[in-house]
Structures are given as C-alpha cells and as structure tokens.
Ligand binder design. Sequence first.
Ligand SMILES: Cc1cc2nc3c(=O)[nH]c(=O)nc-3n(C[C@H](O)[C@H](O)[C@H](O)COP(=O)(O)OP(=O)(O)OC[C@H]3O[C@@H](n4cnc5c(N)ncnc54)[C@H](O)[C@@H]3O)c2cc1C
Length: 504
Amino acid sequence: MLTSTLIDLCEITNLHPGKKITILGAGIAGLVAAYELERLGHEVDIIEGSSRIGGRIWTHRFGREQNAPYAELGAMRIPSSHHHTLHYVNELGLSDKLCKFMTVFEEQNAFINLEGKIFKMKDAPRIFQQRYQGIFTDTRYSEETRLFAAWLKTIVDTISPGDLRESLDNDLKSHLMDELERLDLSRYFREDNESIDLQAFIQENPGFRARCCKALDMFFEDIVVETGKDLLQLQGGMEQIIDRLVESIKSPIKCNQKVVAIRVKPEFTEVDYIENGERYTRRCDYVLCTIPFSVMRKMELEGFDQRKLNSIHNTYYCPATKVAFHTKEAFWQKQGIRGGASFSGEGVRQTYYPSVKFNPESGSVMLASYTIGDDADRMGMMSESQRHNYVRDVVGKVHPELRSHSMVVEAASIAWGNYEWSAGGCAVHWQDEAVNTSNYLEAGRRQHKLFFAGEHCSRYPAWLQGSIESALEAVYDILSDKRRNYVARTSVSQRKDALTVRAV
Ligand SMILES: Cc1cc2nc3c(=O)[nH]c(=O)nc-3n(C[C@H](O)[C@H](O)[C@H](O)COP(=O)(O)OP(=O)(O)OC[C@H]3O[C@@H](n4cnc5c(N)ncnc54)[C@H](O)[C@@H]3O)c2cc1C
C-alpha cells in the first residue's frame, strides 16, 4: 500500500512539475508544506501576517547568551508516539537535543494546593482522607474506591477546564462512585499502593469513560497523553524546529502581510493582504491556507460553499494562557523538585519546573501558570502586570520564595485567546457537540484550488503532530489535484506516511 502510494506521488510529481503554491501562514503546518513542496520541485511563496515566524511554537528566551533560560509559550512537549513530529526533529538534525519532559504528577516532591492546604504529591493519599468530604468520605464505598476517586478528581481538576471539572463532580455524585465500586481497582494502584495508573485504567475501561459526559470522555485522551511518562522535549527550545525549517526553505518568507480576504474561483484564488497600510491583491494558482479558522472567520470570504463557511465559523477554539517567570535561581531544587509540575490551584492551575539544564549563572525559569478554558480566559482579561502579580501571589502560597522582590527577575506571558494571529489556543475535539458542530474532515476539505492545513484540520488537534499530518495530506492533495469528496480524506494518513517516508 505504502509503496504504491509512493509511486503514485512520484508519478503525480513527474506529470505536473513546477506548480506554484502560495502558502498562507508560517506556523509549523505552512513551513512543513513549503519544505516538502520545494523538495518535490515546486515553487512556494509564503505570506505571514505577524512579524514573527513560528505561530504557536514560541520559545521565549530570557537573555541572549548560550544556555540562557527560556520558556515555551506554545508547544512544549512531544509524545514519543507522535512520529511525524519526531520525523522532522530527526530530519532537521535535532535528535541529539531530544530529552525527557517530566510532566505533571511525575515529580513526587511537587506540590498540590487543595483549597488552601498545601502538601507534597507523595503525601496526597493521607491528605485526601483529611480534606475531601462528602462522597470521598462516604463509608458505603471501599477505601480503595474513595482513594481512587480522589486521585481521579485531583488529576481532572489539575488539567481540565472548569466545565469538565464540574461535570466530573456531578457524575461522581450521581453514578460514577457506584461504577468505580463495581470495578476491580486494585490493579490500577501502583506498587506504593497509594498512587494510581490512570493511563491503564482509562485504556482498559471504556465502559467507565462512556458513563462520563461525552466531552470528558474525549478529554481523557488528552489527559492520558499529557500525564504519560514518555514525553520528550528539545533541549534549547522547540523553536529550533522552526529555525531549521526556515534555513532549509529557499523561498523568502514574507512577514507583516496580513491576509484580509480570500476569493475562490474555479480556476484560481485571489488573496488580499495588507502590508504597510496598503491593500494588495494576488491571483494564485494554488493556495494552501494554514491560518486558524478563528482568524479566518473575521476575513472577507467569497466563493466558499455553505458547509465550509459553517466549519470556519463553528470550529471551537479553547483559550490557553501561559505565564513564565525568569527567576534568580532554581529555588525549587532545594525541595527536591527536578522537573514535573505542581498543582498550584485557584485560577493558576499547573506550575511547571524545567527538566532541561540552563546556565545556572543566568538563573532559571518556571512556567508559573498554564491554564486552558475559563481559567485562561479570566487571565486573558487581566492586563499583563495584573496577570503576573496574580500568578505570583497564588504560586507564592506554594513557593513563598517568590514573594522576595528580587526572586522574579522578569515575567513573560501570552493569552492565546487574545493573540491576533490565532484568536484562541487550539481547536479541540472534546468540546460539547452543541458548541462545536464542525469536524476535522470538513475543516480540511478543499474549495476548488484553495487547500487547508493546520492543527484544526487534523485528527490530532492541539498537537504539532496534527499540524504536520494535515500539511502532508494537503501537499499530497495539491500535487494530485483531483477533486475528492471529504470521505476520501479518511485514508490520507497512509498517503501522508508515504510522503514522510519519501522525505527520509
Ligand atoms: C499553549 C499551547 C500549548 C501547546 N502545547 C503543545 C505541546 O506541548 N505539544 C504539541 O505537540 N503541541 C502543542 N500545542 C499545539 C501546537 O502548538 C499547534 O498545534 C501548532 O503549533 C499549530 O501550528 P499551525 O501551523 O497549525 O498553526 P499556527 O502555528 O497558528 O500557524 C498559523 C500561522 O498563520 C499566521 N496568520 C494568522 N492570521 C494570519 C493572517 N490574517 N494573515 C497571514 N498570516 C496569518 C499566524 O501568525 C501563524 O504563523 C500547544 C498549543 C498551545 C497554544
């Protein structure tokens, strides 16, 4: 199958050499598409609206020297199963920079703030018994069920947006405690008999997931990935992927060209953009649009069919906000914390510690807050200084060292929901169907010679893997330039594999 697809691709390329493709957006999807198209002998032209290349990959560096501390304001980890992302890490000569990313619940010395009671992760089972009330202390349920439910609630509370947290609370009260009591949970307790293996539980108990609300059922997939022990990162920053792609792409990437209108015609596409206050129109043979739908829906769009417009308008984007502190020193190491994350509670949620090495003379960095959903929106509404002070106050309850004025040297943050060029964190597949009426197949469906890619067009929204996969699919579709109905896209992962293999 793979071989015949490869032959197909070569034939298509030989039959139609020298296509000219205009790519809108210089995030990872646009850059991967440009890289592959050029390698296959086609000409690309990349239009980027912002002054920065990389989109939602954004490594913020606190200082210019080598090994200066940095924070990832966008993508920060790569699951080891994300073979497209890892393929490009390897292809671009970055595999020696790959190292383990210690994730949330992995560092036993990290902290949990449970309604004002602060304790170490390793003490959680004992504290759960004292702090949690109601169903978690209801002696009709076994001790095992209660402890398991307390962990489940804590994990969901740490990672999920508010509506899913509330939904789990309600489901536990109404029926999930009974369901847990019915199951043999002993196999999901780790050797210490105190912490749980949520991955194994979720994977082996689809019936339990099905009894949760649909959104939480789907969100469990992300929880499993985000709390997995096989996450990787790039020492030196994720932006190195972008830098290497830019070095390898021959065509210039034009920044500060904001696309404001797209008109689709059967034989060509017109793109209007604004540069230095002037509006220009470009007539293009092929266009690959990687601009998020949250931004596209504010543009003038002409010649799109209604189903496509519905998809552009209804794809739900979950907000995300990150706040990073450049600190004088890695004070948390004195408490035995080598990475991973604390649950700082309140509106701050997750606090990550670096598990890469910086030059100690330049201080260190903590990702003091990573939030999604309503928490992210609330912080997005604050001014930068309010947001930084708020995070410092809340995380300061867990780490009083932050209260010392000289400890935080500098802060950097981004509320992706307010960011002009993404107007949201990421498209997510777990949002309620009433809110999110679109799907990735529809998002990726072409309009004549206008093609689409980006995380929102993929099976892996909110992951680099999804952006890359959709870019490879679009490259294949452009080169084969046959009209497909969108059902045909269900098998494109095999075609995209072919492209990836060809690139090796
Ligand atoms: C907070 C956060 C954490 C994340 N963590 C991870 C992680 O740990 N691991 C992981 O794999 N993924 C993670 N992701 C997801 C990953 O970052 C994205 O899937 C990926 O970077 C998106 O790439 P893209 O090319 O699809 O879109 P983008 O990167 O958004 O690229 C779109 C480009 O279009 C440009 N553009 C927008 N509007 C216009 C316009 N009008 N005219 C011209 N250009 C325009 C933008 O400036 C941008 O450069 C995270 C995302 C966020 C927000």
